[in-house]
Design a protein around this ligand. Sequence first.
Ligand code: ZN
Length: 716
Amino acid sequence: MTRREFVQATALAPAVAGMAGAAEDWRIFDRAMRWAQLTLVEDDPVKYDPKFWLDYFRRIRADAACLSAGGCVAYYPTKIPFHHRSAWLGDKDCFGELYEGCRKLGMLVLARTDPHATYQDVYDAHPDWIAVDAQGRKRRHQASPEMWTTCALGPYNFEFMTQVTREIASLYKVDGIFSNRWAGSGMCYCEHCQKNFKAFCGMDLPRSNNPQDPARRNYMQWNEQRLFELWRLWDGEIRKVNPNARFIANSGGGALSALDMRTIGELAPTLFADRQARRGLATPWEAGKNGKEYRATLGRKPIGGIFSVGVEEPYRWKDSVQSAAEIRLWVADGVANGLRPWFTKFSGTLHDERWLKPVEEIYTRYQRWERYLRNEEPLARVAVVYSQQTARFYGAGQARQKVEDHTLGMYAALIEARVPFEMVHDGLLDGNRIDRFKLLILPNVAALSEAQCGQLRDYVKRGGSLLATHETSLYDEWGVRRKDLGLGDLFGVEFKTPVEGPMQNSYLRLEHTTRHPLLAGLEDAPRIINGVYRLGVAAREKFAPPPITLIPSYPDLPMEKVYPRVEKTDIPEVYAREIGRSRIVYFPWDIDRVFWEVLCLDHGRLLRNAVEWATNEEKPVTVTGPGMVDVTVWRQTDSMTVHLVNLTNPMMMKGPLRELIPLPEQKVRVRLPEGKRARRVQLLAAGTTPRVQESAGAISLTVPAVLDHEVIATDF
Ligand SMILES: [Zn+2]
């Protein structure tokens, strides 16, 4: 495919996908609510006990399984040359045996393949199947050096793995084939990649990561197009054998996702977020964030959260076991955010069994709650926009994670403010996607096209509100800086000077005479700390006196010199305005990013006030009481639910939880959907029917305590 054909194909893609989507063939996968994955290791065929696993699947009420079949190691009697059978397989069919057992339990079954590594005999016979590094050397596998890393974009995947995929789908009536590490292991400079890339754009493969380098930019497009081509190829081959079965890629994510989530949302009938546990500085609400990100492009299709039971750090202790509390909270936050649990266990021979009981408790609990977990739609009225193009083209100059810090800060502030919210993909800003929200938040969504700015302008015309920060819309979709902010007309400001910073010892003066709602709860604070980076802008519309003004940096050493040189300026550091029914708040500084870095209470309060003022309506659910809670709200066919996930824990920001500590009493007010009456209200975890006051389309109740996860289920 040439570049021109590619552009044409991409332009047509949504229409084609729309036709395929009409069949709703994802409904098959919608049956599954609790997944079990067993990834066999090569010597399992003579060591492990399949009956133990089938019994465990039955006991925990798992209704779907993902089982090792082929690729790196074949666990069935394959006939394909170079498809490496387990050296311990003998005349057994391990995959077939587990497949049959799961079918008897009524489970959906996916066959797992992993094509990323291969052996010396493949290297000898097909040296061109092996990935090549920038110096032209064939790449040994990083962890198993007797093996070789394969090229994902050449004949190994397109020919050999296509044969494997076809063979598995033909021998077993699986519901799909799930492929792990199918999308390559970084840049490949093999002969096929060189030749195919040249045919695509006439260039040599890039040697830099700079997205403004034309070769790099073309590579990003080509790599993605090639992988989606592979996805469609494998999906098509599977469906030729069994029209109801599908290819399920282990791919996807948020702004940092390697593949375009919009296209994934069109192609995938179901998708699973492979974030197996927390590591490093990761919060427990990141499980739920995956759910919001996946739902943004998959919509109503079922999505799941893959969790492991082990300690997840770069040192990869694959046979380890986490504390029960840690596993429970990670899964709970995913479930509260619409992810169906999928446990993954490597090795059929267990070296540590401590996880078995906690996972059984988690699964049987969610099986009891199943009716109330079959969500039709979230009822959140606020959404955070995430932008892969901003991460790719604007963020590439910085550490990639830095771009995401704006989103993480906004996310943390919304959790603290107990605002139920969704996420929205910047490629899906059409009215039927975003009009369900009263407020869209743009956390430094720097790269936006003219068309995207136009969609946001239309959204505001229809009464939608915006909260935006920092360099939002200052760059086009390729990360090239504009002369002025693309959304300057909505923010009411124009661009003046590039980003200043890092600023030391700078403050914000709170102008309480304005009595602006943004300052609520900060009445006793004459000033608060500033952010670290600010964009220079000036008003282009008439604003009321600003509620927040700049106190410029002054020396922070020697201590004798630490006094403000300028006590007061008239430089606004927030622009808040109303256009018709819409309210717009724009912070030219990095309030969200610095909230993530510093977690200053004042910034959190300011963000909460900004969200509440701009939304300008009562939240769908208001939860009052001490502690940190992730609050989500959902509608099912005949009911609605409010999930409370108790995040209050000394290990909330890092490290595995030691224990669950009950959240104290919370007062909850839930707005009922238009025209609905509450027929019955239950607390699912407590197993009680609380006393409820109903008035003016809302119910009020008290939740006495939450250990990890409580659901207020209201039947209509
Ligand atoms: Zn290659």
